[in-house]
Design a protein around this ligand. Sequence first.
Ligand code: SF4
Length: 192
Amino acid sequence: MPDDLSKAHRIEQIASTIAACRSCQLCESRKNPVPGDGDCNAKLVIVGEGPGAWEDEQGKPFVGRSGKLLDQIIEKHGELKRSEIFITNVVKCRPPGNRTPLPDEIKMCKDHLVAQLNTIRPRAILCMGSTAAQTLSGQTASLTRLRGRNLSGLNPAIIATFHPSYGLRMGESVVKLMESDFVLACSIALGA
Ligand code: SF4
């Protein structure tokens, strides 16, 4: 079987596993699991914190206001189309009231994320928000300290940036930093 077909099949299998998952309490209140979507051969994977209300309704990542800001950043810089990126979250079910996922929830859900990353094997991972940045880098510093550089030094590169919801709250100065981090992640992903 060609590699890209087997990768697509594996990503579908992981989504099915997530749909059936009841490993943490977040399954009790979710409307839909949100495994993530995009290109199973993506050179860049974007990882957020967890699904919000719109994502929970639709079962898709980054489709609400935060998703619109992410789309704007992707379209403005044009290195990659959204369809060429795989987009997911640290936890695949919505935390009630959009609270931060609890450490146990992150721990239980991390296997799904690792399985996705091991299947896609991107060159770069852009972590949006401190939950994603700290989970994937293993570092506990604030996002202000973590952002703007490669945190892994290995393949894949791990780049941290602010979550779009923070960009929406804080305005243009934060969005410009997010754009700069996105360009860095794309340049590493594309080998520029
Ligand atoms: S958040 Fe993750 S670990 Fe918890 S039920 Fe959903 S898929 Fe399973």
